[in-house]
Ligand binder design. Structure first.
Ligand code: ADP
Length: 379
């Protein structure tokens, strides 16, 4: 590689949420000209982009016209118009992750079939088109909408045949209920020349009420053997897709000690936020290195960490007010990120806090304290 980034590199990002904002924060270090497309006039990433286009990333013409202005195009959300991306790719725009991968990820049915075809362990499933197909299942099962589900929306447990009446009627998948011991995530990265790097597995703890990630622990409290198996699986997934970019591989560790791939996100992910402070190279930095054909960075950790999502308090909707934040800021190793969303809603992701500490137990204690200190309410 003789040159670093040529001066005329222009990056387009579909989506201007918090992931886009954090990607832009790193892109500034490399002097990359950034263009962002998002439907919201107060998208978190808007103020940090060189050029902001307000528009629908599901609309063919909007995505196509936006993409014609850049030479590298990426996403921070997978629900985008793939046909426009395919056309842009044919016309010479570097689209990463590649459009066919985005298409597979958009449909949980295609995702599961991909795992099956590539011998990647995943929970047994069947594809269903209507509730008649569900009645003769082995209950209990998990039903997931094939398309447009996120953060647990579009996922439900059906305990018995009588629950068929509450089943989703759109095309969905029916999965065996997994006896989950832990939920893990492994973030992996692959660049344009096929080099792969992984981050250590992290453990995800969910807020059952909101079905959202509550906090994560890095590294995961698992044996070295399980850790190595999880890493091998994540590397197998990114290589099977031949994907360029950063990929989060969400896994279930079953009570029997088996690892199953649940789902993937082909972009920076909530389970990699802590890498900003806790690893030599953040997931955002690594993603840019991948898609611009640069050398990959060292993924090692500086120290253990806990990442706490700051969710809007239940019962409050309106202009956001951050209670207790200033108290949190006097604590050592506490790194605050606010996404700049004007309005809070119950369980909306408003920010996150990463707690770095040599001692993971201490970091968890601080996280528990912060959960009770910081409240995001409306004014
Ligand atoms: P989303 O894409 O909305 O995040 P997921 O597929 O990750 O949906 O499912 C949300 C949560 O539901 C998971 O984090 C897990 O706790 C639970 N879940 C999903 N699939 C299963 C399963 N087969 N068995 C048991 N629990 C599951």
């Amino acid at each position: 590689m003789s040159n670093f980034l040529p001066a005329n590199e222009k990056l387009g990002i579909l989506g201007g949420g918090q992931l886009g904002k954090m990607l832009l924060q790193k892109a500034a270090d490399y002097n990359i000209e950034c263009h962002v497309l998002d439907p919201s006039s107060d998208a978190p990433a808007k103020a940090y982009a060189h050029y902001f286009t307000q528009g629908n990333f599901n609309d063919f013409d909007t995505v196509y016209l936006f993409g014609k202005n850049v030479n590298v195009l990426t996403i921070e959300i997978e629900h985008v118009n793939v046909d426009a991306l395919i056309k842009l790719e044919q016309e010479g725009v570097h689209v990463y992750p590649q459009p066919n991968i985005i298409k597979t990820v958009q449909d949980k049915g295609l995702q599961k079939q991909f795992y099956q075809n590539n011998k990647i362990p995943t929970s047994p499933f069947k594809l269903v088109d209507n509730s008649n197909d569900i009645e003769n299942s082995q209950f209990p099962v998990i039903q997931k909408l094939r398309k447009f589900g996120y953060d647990g929306r579009g996922v439900q447990k059906l305990s018995s045949a009588s629950d068929s009446s509450i089943a989703f009627t759109e095309p969905s998948i029916i999965e065996e209920l997994v006896d989950i011991d832990k939920e893990l995530s492994v973030v992996v990265a692959r660049n344009t020349i096929g080099e792969v790097r992984h981050y250590d597995p992290v453990e995800l703890v969910f807020n059952d009420e909101a079905n959202l990630l509550d906090y994560l622990v890095s590294p995961a409290n698992i044996s070295e053997e399980i850790s190595n198996q999880a890493i091998a699986l994540a590397r197998q997934v990114i290589k099977s897709f031949e994907m360029v970019g950063i990929l989060a591989v969400e896994l279930f560790l079953t009570k029997k000690g088996e690892l199953l791939v649940n789902e993937i996100a082909p972009r920076p992910h909530n389970s990699g936020h802590q890498s900003i402070e806790a690893n030599f190279t953040s997931q955002y930095d690594q993603h840019l290195r991948c898609i611009f054909g640069l050398n990959l960075g060292d993924t090692n950790m500086y120290c253990p960490s806990v990442m706490l999502n700051l969710l809007g308090e239940d019962g409050y909707t309106g202009d956001a007010d951050y209670v207790g934040l200033n108290d949190a800021m006097k604590m050592s190793g506490v790194h605050v990120h606010l996404y700049g969303k004007k309005t809070t809603k119950p369980f909306r992701k408003m920010g996150h806090v990463t707690i770095t500490n040599e001692n993971l137990k201490e970091a968890m204690k601080i996280a528990d304290e912060l959960k009770n200190t910081i409240k995001i309410i409306s004014k």
